[in-house]
Each structure stands twice: as C-alpha cells, then as structure tokens.
Write a protein that binds this ligand. Structure first.
Ligand SMILES: *Cc1c(COP(=O)(O)O)cnc(C)c1O
Length: 421
C-alpha cells in the first residue's frame, strides 16, 4: 500500500502530529545552528547524544570515587558484570538470543577476531566473497587475513560489483558468484547495508546460498544495526559485528558488538582467540592454565568491560528498548518514503538517488549522486543548518533517523533543495 503524500509544510506537520515516536527526539541533544536545533541527517555516521549520558556517566565516576576497586562488586552496576547489561537489548535489536550477542571491543577488531574463527582456509577452500567498494577498514581486514594464511588477495578475494551503469549490486550476481566459487568458497562476508549506496542485502538468502556450498556467512552490520529489522538467529547467519556509534547513538569510538550463532558459540571447540574475559566466569579468577570459553558470544570478549565507554551505550539502548524496533522500522519506512517523494517533486533533478527505490532493499539512508555542483549543494545545506554527509567525489548521504528526525526535517531539505537546484 503506498501512501498519498503532499509536498506542503502543513502536511509534513500533520505527519509529525500523529507520529507516536515524535516525543523521543526530546531525549537527545542537537547541534545548534543560529540558536535552534540543526536538522541532523548524520545518524548513519555519528548518532546524537542521549541527554541521560552525562548523569549516568557522573554516577559511574561517583562510584569509582566512592569504592575504588570495590566498585567491581559494589558499584550500582557492578563493573565485573557490566557487559551483562547489554545482551538482552542487543538481542532484540539484531534478532538473537541474549547469549548470542555481546557488547565488546570495536568493529574492525571484532571483524578480525571473527575472521580468525570463521575464515580458516585450506588449499582447496580459501576464497572470500565480498562487496566491491566495501568500507576500507573491511577491505584491509580481509586482505590481511588472506595474507596471514599465505594466500594472495587477488586470487582469494572475489568482489561483486554493480553492473556497468548501475549503482547497486544485483543479488542474482552475488548468488551466481557463490555458485561459481562452489567448494573453493570459505566465507561470504558482506555489509548488511552498504555504507555508500544504502543498499540492504537479503542476509537470509545470502546465508542459505553460502551454506549450500559449504561456506560460512558473516555480515558487517555497521549501517544495519538499529536501522533495519534483523533476525540473525532465524536467518542462520554464522556471525556478525557492528559499531554502536552510528544508528545506536552510543558516542564516538563506542564499544562494538558481536553476534555468533549458537551453533558455533555453544561449541567449545569453535576456535577463538582467548582473553580472560572470555573465560568461564566462575573460574576466571582462579588464575589457572587453560582457557575454558564461556557459552556464546561472550567468549569473544578479550578484556574487562570499558565501563566509561559503555555508559553511553546503555543510555542509548534504554531508548531503543522503549521505542522498540517494530515501531522504529514502521516510522523509518514512512519517513524515508516521504523524503524520497519530496526529492522526486523537484524539477530537473541535478542528482540521481542511487539507493534502491524498493523499500525492502534499504534502511533510512538515501544517497544522492550529483552530476555536478554536489559539493556546492552540500555546503549550501550546511549554511542553512542542515547537516548531511559528503562522500567524495560526488555523493551526499542523508539519513532521516526515526528516533529523532521529523517529517518537517525532510520537508526543510526539500525547501532548501528547491531553492538551490
Ligand atoms: C563505520 C564503519 C567502520 C568503522 O570501523 P571502526 O572499527 O568502528 O572504526 C567499519 N566498517 C564499516 C562498514 C563501517 O560502516
């Protein structure tokens, strides 16, 4: 069912008035522009700060001051078990059992740790399929992992690219590459949502296809977590990792997240690099030889929980718990559809929307590829207090985030673009 929209300020306001998530924007701090809240479209790059963070941070500082080392057990949220506070909420966001997820480490580190568990190539089965133009950190991780095992990236890594003249990758092309690689394929490692185009991939279908040829399937969910509905357990994804500072609003350099399917996480023989925090909790302090991995994703933890870093994550997940992914995704679809509708009302579009037009194949981000004057438009938007994201050489990415963006926000972009284009 497609909704009938109107390109008027009154209509945009009426959508805000009936939006049950509208009050959630009150829970965030906005950058200021000329004395008022900027219109912030960079939640896909760095989410906004929940207002509760400074109070919660002060609480941990106070507990540290009051208890010193005893805070590990005496703090209001004992630091020894601080990471336990995240698994239920993260499980709801990614569609997993609590023990299949953990908040730990950071994204690229987790990518490496998980590849050391799930990319264990042999002479016959050593290939990796990934998306062409993946985020550089992911490319570096895969290239160096391949080299670690003595293979050549040019030989071992198969990149699937959009076809000539197209901007998104056809799923049929990924499936064909999986089939073609067959028993030489060790791992399919894709972004859940591509950071540049905003394309969302069918993770269930890709996982099934990888499993059919005996390979594992893993996903970098940096742009998917907290943005699109995920059912990692039911989809039989083998592993995934993400960062918390984009849609999850947990602050710069925020703690990362790991999903390991219970098939692997419950198996003590699954290889993992070990650190003391991954060991069984009841024997952790016996300081004995021999690593006994605890159950699930928690065994991929290396070190004790970075509490100060995790405070913002807890504050942000409280908001997700209250809003709920179902409601968020419902609003997200509508908000992005309205944004797209408005952009298409512009006469003689100076840009192409390279994000898929089908709402099943995207989250909230729209990427606008400019034929010319892109940088100029980007700067003019900034001057009007509209914060977007510029990607060289010619793309403006904008993410209307359902937790804090409004229908009026996207209308303001339309008005500004109308003037500029
Ligand atoms: C944001 C992002 C990263 C950043 O990695 P960090 O290790 O958190 O610095 C990596 N990969 C993708 C796909 C991203 O979108």
């Amino acid at each position: 069912m497609t909704e009938v929209f109107e390109a008027t300020a009154e209509f945009a306001r009426s959508l805000d008035q009936t939006d049950t998530l509208y009050p959630f924007r009150e829970r965030f701090l906005f950058p200021q522009h000329e004395g008022r809240d900027a219109r912030y479209f960079c939640g896909n790059s760095l989410g906004l700060q929940p207002k509760s963070v400074s109070y919660l941070m002060q609480k941990e500082l106070d507990d540290w001051a009051s208890f010193g080392v005893e805070g590990h057990t005496q703090a209001r949220n004992p630091w020894l078990f601080y990471h336990h506070l995240f698994s239920e909420s993260l499980g709801r966001i990614v569609g997993a059992e609590a023990h299949e997820v953990v908040a730990a480490n950071t994204l690229t580190v987790n990518l490496h740790l998980l590849m050391l568990s799930f990319y264990r190539p042999s002479k016959k089965r050593y290939k990796i399929i990934m998306e062409a133009g993946a985020f550089p950190s992911d490319q570096y991780a895969m290239e160096t992992q391949v080299k670690l095992w003595g293979f050549k990236p040019e030989d071992a890594i198969i990149e699937v690219a959009p076809r000539e003249g197209e901007h998104t990758i056809r799923e049929e092309d990924i499936l064909a590459q999986i089939e073609a690689a067959g028993s030489s394929l060790s791992l399919l490692l894709f972004g859940g949502v591509n950071y540049y185009s905003g394309q969302l991939f069918d993770m269930k279908r890709l996982s099934e296809a990888a499993h059919r040829v005996g390979a594992y399937a893993g996903f970098d969910l940096a742009h998917a977590v907290g943005n699109v509905p995920l059912q990692l357990h039911d989809w039989n994804v083998d592993f995934a990792c993400w960062c918390s500072y984009k849609y999850l609003n947990s602050g710069p350099g925020g703690v990362g997240g790991i999903f390991v399917h219970s098939h692997h996480g419950d198996n003590p023989r699954t290889f993992r690099l070990a650190g003391w925090w991954g060991n069984e909790e009841d024997t952790r302090f016996q300081m004995k030889k021999g690593f006994y991995p605890q159950r699930g994703a928690a065994s991929w933890q290396m070190s004790n929980a970075p509490v100060f870093n995790m405070v913002a994550h807890r504050a942000a997940l409280d908001i997700y718990d209250k809003a709920g992914m179902t409601e968020l995704c419902k609003k997200s679809l509508r908000l992005t559809a309205y944004f797209e509708y408005l952009l298409l009302q512009l006469k003689e579009l100076p840009f192409t929307i390279i994000t898929p037009r089908n709402s099943n194949q995207r989250g909230c981000q729209l990427s606008l590829l400019f034929q010319e004057r892109g940088r100029e438009v980007f700067e003019a938007l900034s001057a009007k207090g509209i914060i977007a994201d510029w990607r060289e050489p010619d793309v403006i990415r904008m993410a209307p985030v359902p937790l804090y963006n409004t229908f009026e926000d996207v209308f303001a972009v339309y008005e500004a673009m109308k003037e500029l284009c």
